[in-house]
Design a protein around this ligand. Structure first.
Ligand SMILES: [Zn+2]
Length: 627
């Protein structure tokens, strides 16, 4: 089995040159990330009910105290990795506590009159429960009195069952979230879920070993926990900025920030503590305007505007600022200075990208040219550990001008394999192309090597020399990357090129689990993108679908190779199918087939079986770096 390789001389030189350009390291961030430390558990190790670790910082001991930066890691990312290794329970201010680095995100506890208000219960239940247990051990065994979800991303709600019991949920204990939370939490990752899920395996480095040649950090946090994920709907929705609530004796003033880091998000302020929670709108790096796992582009202008509004609303009366990733800032001046620079970071990328676009520059050109002004570049918390200036500039371009750069040479290009065959021919054949690739590799021009050799991999994925050279190249780019996700993309690609996954005759449906949790409406919506248009052709269908579990019914039709669904409608002449959502998912994924006891059909049963057969099954492990 081929192992990861050493850093090349070119990589060592590139990283040495980068060190000269980094901000001065005053160790301030390490003080902030450690301030108020109360206690932790060994290696922050959290087991699930089967005894498997769902979180274990012990797998990152190669980053521990005294470990210098290896030449296979970007020194700036290494610094962030060390900061993201400082785990445990911390006092933010008397009355507000955070458990950090028990998961990708932070969980925050506010001490109320009778118990704890929990902000953002992590990705999965086990780490959230461990964090609550740590809090109770050191601050008193009190009940949870309310939960707040700052926004609709899973690392901020998925572990809620670790802090709430079924009885808490049944009695309707307050769960507060921004307006649109449930809809966005359910819908953001569904229609393109399989593709996003597969791409996320690249972005978070989940398949990589944890070592100096593998996964070191996600930038936003260490990595993602692997426990039980659930979605408990909120009971209170916040739709207006300025909304005030008193929960368990604690006053909270909300600021809703839709269309920022998440489609539904909110900041809030605690007057009693003079403390401001910035959700994920501010973090100690440049965040993603576009997330490389794939998602709709975010609105950098709105994002910046809402940070500015937070300064206006709360800045002058803020003694401490905290967020749901990374470490707090203490003191009004420090908080305001941080907020202003975070505000301007996103607006700068937005405005400068459009300035250059209006000069006629295209995305690749803008991304290459964009550099931060000196005042922003002087801060560590503007660096691209998660987002990068490069891909965020392309995102702003995409939001306003779309994928097309205006040059018709790019309007109707050959798809990758067809282009690849022609490029290999142009190079004078596979050997000649490889020779050129090796020359460029020796010169350290890795960006060119990967563009060139990618053509040979796509023209002939069986060419092991091509795959290995491409892997070596992407690996060096990974070692050089400052962004955690970029490093993970490069190194995961290198691993898959060296060790291709054997093909499978049946789709490996990794993301199908998500379908079972969907409301009926979204489930049907998600099935519509499985209808194989080519197979459907001119065929027409109509069914009455009655969900026996959700007590909802829909008319489902297919015409013009398009799947429609209409709630509360029925067509008398159409067959009626009664089943649970679970049974429908099982039919679609092939776990059961018709006829089946869990599916009752009145009318033409054969036509329903024909229709199910037109729905594609998605293979989670589709190829990315090979055709
Ligand atoms: Zn998050």
């Amino acid at each position: 089995m081929e192992q990861p390789k050493d850093a090349t001389e070119a990589t060592r030189q590139a990283l040495a040159a980068l060190v000269e350009t980094l901000p001065q390291d005053t160790a301030e961030d390490f003080e902030l990330a450690s301030k108020g430390f109360i206690a932790t558990i060994p290696d922050a190790k959290v087991l699930n009910e089967h005894g498997h670790a769902v979180w274990d910082m012990g797998t990152f001991t190669f980053e521990g105290e005294g470990c210098g930066c290896p030449d296979t890691v970007n020194p700036s990312l290494w610094r962030q990795a060390k900061l993201n290794s400082i785990h445990g329970l911390f006092e933010v201010t008397p009355g507000i506590y955070q458990v950090r680095n028990f998961d990708l995100s932070n969980i925050t506890f506010i001490e109320g009159d009778t118990g704890y208000i929990v902000i953002d219960p992590l990705i999965s239940a086990e780490p959230a429960a461990a964090a609550l247990a740590l809090m109770r051990e050191h601050r008193g065994d009190k009940p949870v009195t309310a939960v707040i979800y700052t926004h609709s991303h899973v690392d901020h709600y998925g572990g809620v069952k670790g802090v709430l019991s079924e009885a808490d949920i049944a009695k309707g204990l307050q769960i507060i979230a921004p307006e649109g939370f449930l809809e966005e939490a359910v819908s953001e990752n569904v229609l393109a879920g399989n593709a996003m899920g597969r791409r996320a395996t690249y972005m978070y480095g989940a398949l990589l070993p944890r070592n100096a040649r593998g996964h070191v950090d996600a930038g936003l946090g260490k990595t993602v926990s692997m426990g039980q994920v659930s979605l408990v709907p909120p009971t209170v929705s916040i739709s207006e900025s300025g909304t005030r609530m008193v929960i368990d004796g604690i006053e909270i003033v909300f600021q809703v920030t839709p269309g920022t880091e998440a489609p539904a998000e909110m900041n809030f302020y605690f007057p009693q503590f003079k403390a401001l929670c910035m959700a994920e709108n501010c973090s100690c790096h440049l965040h993603n305007i576009y997330t490389p796992r794939g998602a709709q582009v975010r609105d950098a202008k709105a994002w910046s505007w809402y940070i500015d509004e937070a300064i206006e609303l709360f800045g002058a009366k803020t003694d401490v600022l905290f967020a749901s990733h990374h470490w707090p800032r203490w003191g009004s001046d420090a908080a305001i200075s941080f907020l202003r620079k975070q505000r301007d970071l996103y607006k700068y990328v937005h405005d400068q990208t459009l300035r250059m676009a209006n000069h006629g520059l295209t995305p690749l050109e803008i991304a290459e040219e964009l550099k931060l002004p000196p005042t922003l570049a002087a801060e560590w918390y503007t660096r691209g550990y998660y987002g990068t200036l490069n891909h965020n500039a392309k995102a702003v371009y995409q939001r306003y001008l779309g994928w097309f750069d205006g040059n018709p040479a790019n309007l109707h290009k050959h798809p990758p394999v067809e282009a690849a065959k022609r490029y290999v021919d142009l190079a004078g054949g596979a050997e000649a192309l490889l020779a050129k690739g090796r020359d460029a590799f020796a010169k350290g021009d890795y960006r060119w090597v990967c563009e060139l050799v990618n053509h040979l991999v796509f023209a002939d994925p069986g060419n092991a020399d091509a795959r290995h050279l491409q892997a070596d190249t992407l690996e060096q780019l990974g070692y050089q990357a400052e962004s955690g996700p970029w490093r993970a993309f490069y190194l995961t690609a290198a691993m898959e090129l060296r060790h291709p996954r054997p093909p499978s005759d049946t789709p490996r449906q990794g993301a199908a689990g998500q379908l079972r949790t969907l409301p009926a409406e979204q489930l049907l919506d998600s099935l519509s993108v499985r209808l194989n248009g080519e197979k459907a052709g001119a065929r027409e269908f109509a069914f009455n679908i009655r969900f026996t579990d959700a007590k909802e019914h829909f008319l489902v039709t297919v015409e013009n190779a398009v799947f429609h669904h209409y709630p509360k409608r029925e067509l008398k002449s159409a067959p009626t199918i009664s089943l649970t959502r679970e049974a429908l998912v099982n039919l679609v994924t092939g776990e059961i087939s018709l006829p089946h006891e869990s599916v009752a059909i009145e009318g033409d049963a054969a036509s329903f079986a024909d229709f199910i057969a037109l729905l594609d099954r998605f293979d989670f492990w589709f190829e990315i770096v090979m055709p």
